[in-house]
Design a protein around this ligand. Structure first.
Ligand SMILES: [Zn+2]
Length: 379
């Protein structure tokens, strides 16, 4: 009898503890819409539901529109996901009264900034660029995504906490060039802020609690980098927030699908590494204009691709037509998938807005968003 009573008394406490996440990992497939996920699954496994992300326990749809456009870019898309507010294409985590390339709006506080404010460790891993629109939207506020030097320097001048603890990704050549145009360089920034900028993952000290790794190319092992980031960030007993971006644009169909498969493997691996205190969320900022138009199960999905690519190059066109796949080079405005597991994952259900993903992460951490929102910002 006593045991039963104790169990009943403990149940609500256990429940609330389980719905709280200590850590949140957001996996962002850039341009990885449902057609790309399905095609990647067929390409890699021969069946249309062979990927790990397709079997996560909580799945929902997400609208991807901006404050003004039907089809989003990564800047407005990621701003919505990580701040809870829609803005316009090209704008990095600033409110909807921003005029792109001309006038700053109000800075929108990001999930990474909330995490820093709460004393958590924060990180990002990308195979696009460290100043690409997707990671930028976590740590910077800019009226134009192309302002690479300004954006990069904001990573070293945080508004909350001590800023992004772990940054791993390519972009060294382009960022170096844009910093030079702005009259500075990597060494100056690293010295002034006492933050070494490593050129390889293997240069990071074994007991590091923070690390910046700036690579030359996107051809690195995403899974290895993400596991390294997770090891570093989990040294903070308070928890961590980590964002992982896989560039899954399928303008090169095979490269894009292979990258989706690699991202999926990374999600699966992380699911086996993190504890039950970690919320894993997978989504895309927008879809891409790729479609399955035919083909037979049991046959390679990309049969004929290389010949068609050669022909397309000759004819100076960027679209691809093979028996199974049609690709018209551009973003698409259809809804994308959200998949989640771990504490708070049950809030991922139904047909959601991209801005709802911010709320899911905040609620999982048990945090309330600041009241003071810019007048013109739109939820
Ligand atoms: Zn994107």
């Amino acid at each position: 009898m006593k045991k039963v009573l104790v169990a009943i008394l403990l149940a609500p406490a256990l429940l609330s503890a389980q719905s709280r996440a200590k850590n949140v990992v957001l996996f962002l497939a850039d341009a990885g819409g449902i057609p790309t996920i399905t095609a990647a699954s067929l390409h890699a496994t021969g069946v249309s539901r062979g990927l790990f992300i397709q079997k996560m326990p909580n799945i929902a749809l997400s609208d991807t529109s901006t404050a003004s456009q039907i089809v989003t870019d990564s800047a407005a898309g990621m701003t919505a996901i990580v701040t809870g507010y829609k803005t316009h294409n090209g704008v990095i985590s600033q409110s909807a009264d921003t005029v792109r390339g001309k006038t700053d709006g109000a800075p929108l506080k990001t999930i990474l900034e909330y995490a820093e404010e709460h004393g958590l460790s924060t990180g990002l891993v990308t195979n696009d660029s460290l100043t690409g629109a997707t990671p930028s939207a976590l740590y910077a506020h800019a009226n134009e995504r192309a302002q690479s030097a300004l954006i990069f320097q904001q990573a070293f001048a945080p508004r909350f906490g001590d800023g992004v603890d772990v940054m791993i990704g390519p972009g060294r050549a382009a960022i170096t060039k844009s910093l030079a145009a702005a009259g500075t360089d990597l060494d100056t920034i690293a010295t002034r802020t006492k933050r070494p900028i490593h050129a390889a993952l293997s240069d990071v000290p074994a007991d590091a609690r923070r690390a910046i790794v700036m690579l030359d190319s996107s051809a690195f092992d995403l899974e290895e980098a993400v596991l390294a980031a997770q090891r570093i960030l989990s040294r903070n007993k308070k928890g961590y927030f980590l964002m992982v971006e896989g560039d899954t644009h399928t303008d090169n169909v095979r490269v894009g699908l292979d990258r989706m498969v690699a991202l999926d493997k990374t999600v699966a691996r992380m699911a086996s590494v993190v504890g039950r205190d970690t919320l894993l969320v997978f989504t895309a900022d927008h879809s891409f204009d790729i479609a399955l138009r035919g083909g037979l199960l049991g046959k390679p999905l990309l049969d004929g691709l290389e010949a068609e690519q050669a022909k397309a190059a000759e004819e100076k066109r960027r679209n691809i037509r093979i028996p199974a796949v049609r690709m018209d080079n551009g973003h698409a405005g259809e809804p994308v998938m959200i998949a989640a597991m771990g504490p708070g994952a049950d809030r991922v259900r139904g047909y959601m807005l991209n801005t709802d993903i911010f709320k899911v992460m905040m609620q999982a951490f048990g945090w309330k968003a600041d009241d003071a929102v810019p007048q013109t910002a739109q939820r």
